[in-house]
Design a protein around this ligand. Sequence first.
Ligand code: GLU
Length: 320
Amino acid sequence: MPSQRRVTRLAPSPTGGLHLGNARTFLVNWALARQRGWQIAMRIDDLDSPRVRAGADREALDDLAWLGLDWDTEVDYQTRRLADYEAALVRLAADGSIYPCRCTRSQIAARIASAPNAGDHELRYPGSCRPVERQAFDFSELKNSGWAWRLRVSDRAVEFVDQIFGPQSVSVFDEVGDFLVATKQGCASYQLAVNLDDDFSGVTDIVRGNDLLTSTARQILIREALGMNNKITYWHLPLVAGEDGMRLAKRHGATRLSELREAGVPAERIIGLLAHWSGLSTATPRTAQQFATDFDISHLPHERVTLTSQHLEILRPSGW
Ligand code: GLU
């Protein structure tokens, strides 16, 4: 029997322009896929409607194509699958895997103010609305009543192996407790939707920034609750940060691909810098194709990459 074809996905969020850190993650994802013959699905993660910016989907696709990346499917949009998300929520509510919750953030904060982890930026849900026993709910009936929905999280640790960071054991129960799977408007959360999206495209390999490493355990719990197989291989890549240790933002200079492109910086020079950040010895300009030929995942540095002014100088030598 032929073995199952491996599938990965590129999943930009259309909330702002792609920056050099996003570009590094997408380039490595793409190169791994092209080296290993994986299919690449393209998906726009446009569920987070307050943050979605009109036209940012097109911009992200153009930026990636300009860098020399390509993909093997039509572009998929999360917002085309709202009915599937709802069907999953109906199912999870009916079997008692999720429950409605009306707590506000400030109520949760007040309830745990004296708890040991108070002060961590992510609040652990103290379980105020959690039914003592699993209980069936009718999602369709309650979805417009202003209730958010939480997954009933078990207290056992979730174990998985990350291809970059090795074996992981995460207690979602201790870290965040019962987390949100749908908003008060009845819309699926990112944590829920992404599993249905990946399943829909037959994704076998998820390559993404390690800011999402903590989400993986939550997503595994949702996959289990939905009865999905968990044959996904995870590759979490170290992030790129500014010299102040913070995620890339405007204050770090022109790091958006669209800005660099408009300023006339050639894509090959950007790939050269991304290659240098990915374990290749020099920042020599090269095409994405050449990167895919030379890149070796075993040489990818495991530390966070720091963008310095010297790096920006590589992109725009002699005064820009
Ligand atoms: N759309 C997310 C991002 O741009 C990626 C989601 C995922 O990889 O699961 O960070």
